[in-house]
Structure formats: structure tokens, C-alpha cells
Design a protein around this ligand. Sequence first.
Ligand code: GLC
Length: 536
Amino acid sequence: MVLNDPIGAHGQEWWRHAVTYQIYPRSFADGDGDGVGDLPGITSRLPHLRDLGVDAVWISPFYTSPQKDHGYDVADYRDIDPLFGTLADADELLERAHEVGLKVIVDLVPNHTSDAHEWFQAALAAGPGSPERDRYLFRDSPAGAPGTPPNNWRSVFGGDAWTQVEDGQWYLHLFDASQPDLNWRNPEVGDMFVDVLRFWLDRGADGFRVDVAHGLFKEESLRDQVVAAGRQPSSDARDAADVPMVERTERDEPMWDQPEVHDVYRRWHEVLAKYDGDRMLVAEAWTQSPESMARYIREDEMSQAFNFAWLLASWSASEFTEVVTGTLAATEAVHGSPTWVLSNHDVDRHVTRYGGGPVGLARARAATLTMLALPGSAYLYQGEELGLEQVDVAPEHRSDPFWLRTGHVGRDGCRVPIPWSGEAPPFGFGPGDGQPWIPQPTAWAALTVEKQEADPDSTLAFYRAALAVRRTFAHTAGDAVEMLDLGPDVVAFRRGPLTVALNCGTEPVAVPDGDVLMASGPVGATLPADTAVWLG
Ligand code: GLC
């Protein structure tokens, strides 16, 4: 079976084969010693990323924000929060990154603003029926049911998706109550975001990661979500992840993935096309199928969309194979470019998802090596190059609104500040001994960048080597992937001169012919369990 055969000429834009490294600014590097990472901190650590061998960085939001969702609640899209620095620091970061050959992707949050945004404050002040309220989704209770929210939608973070204001109206927030959803049917909203895009493009941004890209438009009636018997209403795509892939059925989602959203990305495509240098858009769209994901990357829309099916797949050769074949078929159908991602700031780190400890780490390295061999581009999350695990953060140190609203689901554990050097926290995260905003485990003394740089068998050394080898074929191996059958426990494929095998079973399997270019662990005549190999 040959998949993703290159029909037609694919462009050679930088993002098609890029490896992009996600920076969560609070937790990457702290320049001023207040315990929270910042832009000067990022700039000072750019050499780490250059040495790692990535092509681009995506920086989670750094805008002015009350930080209720750590920056995904934006009060001013054209300024930097003082916690992270100034616009001059952003300019400096862009310039230094470009000097070392790194592209910079800015995180854009168009689905909602912060409740501190001037528009929302004006909406509250102006009252029901005003043009100010029309920029958001304010509604009344259903007739005859005062005190009842306008529909049954739930926030992704738990609880109702509606909050009532003093005059009795409700506003929609698919996330925290501090993140009111914008009304994208109001043309002022679209115009404002085009201005924001231009603001950052003019400053040199190479692209945008578009937050909640599938959420901007809701079904216009704002009707109830229809829920299957025995299940609760939910807006969280990840709720589907506890259902085995083969049993998943389409869910009714009037809040997500509406056809009108694609007009927004066609307009943005045109805006970016006026700039030099292949500026790009990557969608965070938790859609239900590879086909619906591919709609975001049609030729006149976005450049890429995160492939969350790869991240949601369990440690299973059949699931991984299904995701590879499904993704390549769907992206090829729109002449799009596939992406691969295993971790980000919203999910448990993949070492932990795959079981934690030495087994989890072996599997994480193997899954990473497999993804880095696939055509398209890959996204890495800060700290995965150190093999960091999810941290069980004490409740008093948790500040994720998801945790605050549910009391049990939280993302703080993948946001613990990076250990750079030294024997004790803060591990060089900031100057001096000041402790970071989430305490780091003392065991991370063994996982600092400094320690791993000195160890040829470290996870950091593995990532550097894999990225260096990837550079030798990423642009030339082509997009055609031929799946190979090496038994039910093995994901195997050929891509140009490269043969790749990942053993998800419990027993060693025979290694296909070829010279070992790179392996995720020790490989001899056989490929051990939880190991992947590249052969040339
Ligand atoms: C996206 C972000 C997540 C944030 C949410 C609301 O899913 O990745 O971190 O909480 O949007 O903006």
C-alpha cells in the first residue's frame, strides 16, 4: 500500500518539514528571578534550541492578561504582559531567534478574550441589546425559565458554559468564566483579528498557532447538544479518548467545527500571502476525524493543523498504524501537509501516558523516533527532550482553571519549570535561589540540561542525534509512505530510502534489512520491545 503519493508539486515552504519546539513562557526560563519565566529568559536560552536542532519555536501566549488561564485569557492582543516583559523584549527575541536561524510562531487566541478586555468591560457596562454586547454571545434564559442557562452546553474546563451577569443575561464561555467567547458573526470581530495578525506580522512573526481554531463559530441557533443515552453533555474532545478508537462515533457538537469558520481562515490566508517568507498558520482544532482536520488545511486556508489523533492513540501498533494511514490519506486528499505531535501544555507528558518510569521513557523515545521519520512536520513540547514526566503537583501549587473548576483534572503537571543546571531547585530556571511558580521535583537533578549534555546516552543526546539524522532526509525522502507488515505488534513503513520499525509488543522481532541510522534504544539482530529503529 502506497500512501500520500506526491500528486502534484508540493511547495518547499520551510514549515512543511520543520520541527517546531513549543515554549510555555511561564515555565521555560526566568530572566528576572520572580519565579515565572519571561521573554528575556527565552532569548537567553535560544542556544539550547539551536543546539537541539529544531527549526522553529511556537511561543504560548505572552500578551497582557490577568493570567487566569496563564495567558490564554488575553486583555490586549497588541502588548506583552509585564510578567513576561515588554514589546521591546519581544522584538529582541524575534531578532535573536532569526539570527540563529529559528522561525517564531506566535500563539493567537481568537475564540475568546479575557473578561478584562476592554470590549468585554464595555459589553457589561452597555447592557442587553447593545452593539457592545453583540461582540460576545450574550443570551437570556429560555422563556418561562428564569435562572436557567440558555442551553445545556458545558465548559471544556467543567461546569456550565454560561455565566449570568447582574442584569440577568448570560454569556457563553466554552472555557473559564474569565474567557468570554466572541461572536464571530459580528464583522467587527473579524476585522479586529486581521489588525492583530498584521501587528505581529509587521514585527516579524513567521506564523501563528491558532488557539481553539475549530471553535470560532457556533451553530447559529445555539441549540442544545444532543447527547447519547448514558452520557453527559461535554465540550471536551478528549472525553472521547477514553473510548477505544474503533468504537468512537461522531458526537453532536453544535459548538465546534462549523462550516463558517473556514471563511475566516481563507481571509487570513490572503492576509499572510501579502507578506514575504512563507508566513504560516497552524490550527489547534480538536476535530473528530482526519477528514475534518484536513478541511482546515485546504490550499486556500491554513498551512497545518495539529494531528491530535497521533497524541490520543494508545501504545498500540494497530492504533498508530491507523492514525498514520488515516492522516496521510486525509491530508493528501487536500494536498496538505501532515503534522505529528505527542505532547503539549494541555496533556499529560507522553513518558507518563505510556506508563512512566523506564518503560514509559523507552516507549516515549520510540514513538518520538517514529514520528520524526514521517513526512510533514513535527511539534515538540519543552522538556520532552529531557524525558521529563508529568509531575503530581500538590493542590496548593495548582492554578490551572481546569483544576479549579473540576477539582480533579489539571494540566499543571506538564507545566513545571525546566531544569537547566545545578543540583537543587530552581535548577538554573532563574537567577539565584528564588523558587519557581510550581516547585520542581528534587529528582530532576539527574535530568538537567547540564547533566544530559555530558551524557552520550541521555534523552537530550538522543533528541539531538535524531534531529541531526532527520535533517539528512527530511527534504529529500519524499512524501510517499509504504506500510510494511511485520506482524500485529509492529508499526513499520518505508519512506524513500528509509525503513522504520516500532515494536509495540512484548517480544523482540527481527530487524528488517538495512544499516541502522538511528535507534531509540539498544538494537542488535532483533528489535526489542518498546524500541524503534531507522534503517537506511
Ligand atoms: C487551548 C489551549 C489551552 C487553553 C484553551 C483556552 O486549548 O491550548 O491551554 O486553556 O485553549 O484558550
